[in-house]
Structure formats: structure tokens, C-alpha cells
Design a protein around this ligand. Structure first.
Ligand SMILES: *Cc1c(COP(=O)(O)O)cnc(C)c1O
Length: 391
């Protein structure tokens, strides 16, 4: 008997697929198993010292103790523009084309709230980072799945979307380098997206938090590098992943001024922006972090990637070697579902992997491993997986 009936939109949020496995993890831990979780994409290494030092300095300044401007400090937005010019050769107007976000996750919901009316469609990749899906639902929108298939390099086939769906679509969510599939997008794909969005008056959201996490010399693109992208969309980026700042909650939306302004209106009515001291620390991160520091971080992830790839190959599990992101998207062995394999790994190896189906029905047949675990723990997890599967 529930006294307070949840709103219809909340009732539509799919059950948390980790709930079942979390129960099993708790049980294993209680019985003394030293569980190693490879399930969460959260950098294990600390935020670089120069960024923390700037936070300390800014936190001591009383003028930073008051409400921030909800759209972000001008100096933060200017730093974002400088960073985009340096990194992607994209020119942005700090005032009309940059908005501070409390992380990119927040942006996913607020974009839908800004543009999706009840019954409007949002095109959402399947599998995907779940906030695109749940954000659409919370805005009373309708999710139309875009299957991401290995055969298409995990890029959606825009020409396969039914006409009547396209007509009712307001928003298209994309994210490359992709979580969970680790796929990357090239300029040709983005050009196709721009044409599609322009033809059908659709708002494009390119969520790009892994733009700096890449290997073997690969440099991920920004959607805004494509001519015309700014007319149809925005890109989200985030300090979380490249600067080990997931707990700090700061990111940005950049691009089309109308979209940026609509999101700012939502935010002005929902939150009051990011703590100024965090914004000053973020400016330091964007402008003062030597490339060598980012390269060193990527070097660590790359070694871990190679270790996992080798280990899995040795027990007959196939996975692509990612060019970017800190994940591995792996095929579950014959005879397993993604959930049964995740359960097997927990019970036989004490290792938690994420079942692919947690990211959508097209994630079935896969599991995801996150490389954000200290080297020694990852090596231990690989040993255990090797032994468990050989048995
Ligand atoms: C980690 C992640 C985010 C979260 O970014 P925050 O800025 O920390 O909210 C957004 N999108 C994807 C695809 C992610 O994997």
C-alpha cells in the first residue's frame, strides 16, 4: 500500500538494472568476498594538484560565497571558448554560445525540458548512457530507439527512422566516443547528422565527455567541427573525465545560441549554477593543465586497456580495442546472457562487470568493463577472470 503515488513520468523510469546485481554484491561482500568492481566509470586517480590549489584559494575568497550567475562566470565561459579553439579549432562566443553545467548529466535532462512537449519524440541511441532516455521520459517525451549495431560501427542509421517518427522528433541524442560501446564517429557521420537535423528541424545534442580520453595518437572530434553543426545543435563536455573531477560537478553546453539560451532559462528556474570556486578551479584545469598530464593519464588507461584485451582474448572473449573512452565493450561467451555472465563473474571471480542490457536492449550479448581501477586491482581482477573461465 503506497500512500503517495509516484507521477506517471517517474513510474515510466525503467527499473534500475543494477539493483539485482547490487543485492548479489552486498551478499558476496557480507560473506567475506573481496569484490573488485569494474562496473563504474569514475576515474580512480586524484584531481591534479594545481586544480585543487586553485579551489582552495577561490574558496577562501568571500566574494565566491554568494550565489553564482546561473549561466556561469564570464571568465569560465571564456576559458571554455579558449579551450574549444585550441583543442578543436572551433570559435565560440562566450556570452551566447557557452553555458556552465553542473556536469553533462544535468544537461541531458534540461535539454529535453527545454524542447520536448508531451508526446514529442526524442531519438535515443540503444545502448546508451541512460540519462538521454530518462531525461526524455521526465520531460514526458517519447523515446524512439536508434539501434547501435556492431555491423555499423555502432553508429545509428538515420535513414532507417520511420518518417512519421521523424516528423514528431524534437531532439537527437548522440555521444562519440561512445559509452558503453567505445565507438568513435568521423566527420562524414557528423555531416550526415547536420543534414538530417537541418532537413527535419531537430535539435542535436552531442554529448562528448570522452573527447580527451583517447589512445594510439587518436584525437576525437567535436561535433562543432562540422560546418553547419552550430545551426542545428549543441555539444556537452565535462571536466569530469579528463581532469579526474567527477565529484566536482562542472561541465558545459556549447553551440547554437537559441538552444543554449533555452537551456539557461530552464536552469535559471531549477538550479542556481556552479559554486564560483569550482568554476575558478575549472578555469585552471582548462587553461593550465599541461598536455603531458593528459597524455600520462591516457598512457595509464591504454596500458590497462591492453592488459584487459589480452586477458579476455586468452580466454576466448572478444572485444574491440577502443581508440577512446576508458571502457571495454566485450561479447559475452556463447550460452550466456549479459546478466547471467555478470552473475557468473561475480560468483566465480568476485568481479563485477556491467551487463550490456543495462544500457538498453541492444546491449544484450555484451558486457562492459571500466578501466578506472588501480593497476594492481585490475591485474588481480584479470587473474581471477582467467582462472574462472578456464575452469
Ligand atoms: C560520465 C558521463 C557523463 C557524466 O558527466 P558529468 O559531467 O559528470 O555529469 C555524461 N555522459 C556520458 C556519456 C558519460 O559517460
Amino acid at each position: 500500500m503506497t500512500k503517495y503515488i509516484r507521477s506517471g513520468r517517474l513510474q515510466q523510469i525503467p527499473p534500475y538494472l543494477f539493483a539485482e546485481i547490487n543485492k548479489k554484491i552486498d551478499k558476496a561482500k557480507k560473506s567475506g568476498v573481496d569484490v573488485i568492481s569494474l562496473a563504474i566509470g569514475d576515474p580512480d586517480m586524484p584531481t591534479p594538484k594545481h586544480i585543487i590549489a586553485e579551489l582552495g584559494k577561490a574558496a577562501n575568497d568571500p566574494k565566491n560565497h554568494q550565489y553564482p550567475d546561473y549561466e556561469g562566470l564570464y571568465s569560465f565561459r571564456e576559458a571554455v571558448a579558449t579551450w574549444y579553439r585550441r583543442r578543436h579549432n572551433v570559435a565560440l562566443d562566450p556570452v551566447s554560445e557557452v553555458l556552465a553545467l553542473i556536469g553533462s548529466k544535468e544537461g541531458s535532462l534540461h535539454l529535453s525540458l527545454a524542447f520536448v512537449n508531451p508526446g514529442d519524440y526524442a531519438l535515443v541511441p540503444n545502448p546508451c548512457y541512460t540519462p538521454y532516455r530518462t531525461g526524455t521520459i521526465l520531460a514526458n517525451g517519447v523515446v524512439h530507439d536508434l539501434p547501435l549495431l556492431d555491423a555499423n560501427n555502432f553508429l545509428p542509421q538515420l535513414d532507417k527512422i520511420p518518417r512519421d517518427v521523424v516528423k514528431k522528433t524534437k531532439v537527437l541524442y548522440l555521444s562519440y566516443p561512445n559509452n558503453p560501446t567505445t565507438a568513435v564517429a568521423d566527420l562524414n557521420f557528423y555531416k550526415e547528422v547536420v543534414d538530417f537535423a537541418r532537413d527535419h528541424n531537430i535539435v542535436v545534442c552531442s554529448d562528448n565527455p570522452y573527447s580527451e580520453i583517447a589512445f594510439d595518437g587518436y584525437k576525437p572530434l567535436s561535433f562543432l567541427e562540422v560546418p553547419g553543426a552550430r545551426e542545428v545543435g549543441v555539444e556537452f563536455n565535462s571536466l569530469s573525465k579528463p581532469y579526474n573531477m567527477t565529484g566536482w560537478r562542472i561541465g558545459m553546453a556549447v553551440g547554437n545560441p537559441e538552444i543554449v539560451s533555452a537551456m539557461a532559462t530552464v536552469k535559471n528556474n531549477v538550479d542556481s549554477g556552479v559554486f564560483n570556486a569550482v568554476q575558478y578551479a575549472a578555469i585552471t584545469a582548462l587553461l593550465k593543465t599541461p598536455d603531458s598530464e593528459i597524455n600520462a593519464l591516457n598512457g595509464i588507461y591504454q596500458k590497462r586497456r591492453d592488459l584487459v584485451h589480452e586477458t579476455l582474448a586468452s580466454v576466448g572473449i572478444t572485444a574491440r580495442k577502443p581508440k577512446a573512452t576508458f571502457y571495454m565493450w566485450c561479447h559475452v561467451p556463447e550460452g550466456h546472457t549479459s546478466a547471467s555472465f555478470a552473475t557468473l563473474m561475480l560468483e566465480k571471480a568476485g568481479v563485477v562487470v556491467t551487463p550490456g542490457a543495462a544500457y538498453g536492449s541492444y546491449g544484450e550479448g555484451y558486457f562492459r568493463i571500466s578501466l578506472t581501477v588501480p593497476d594492481a586491482r585490475l591485474a588481480e581482477a584479470m587473474d581471477r577472470i582467467r582462472k574462472a573461465i578456464k575452469k
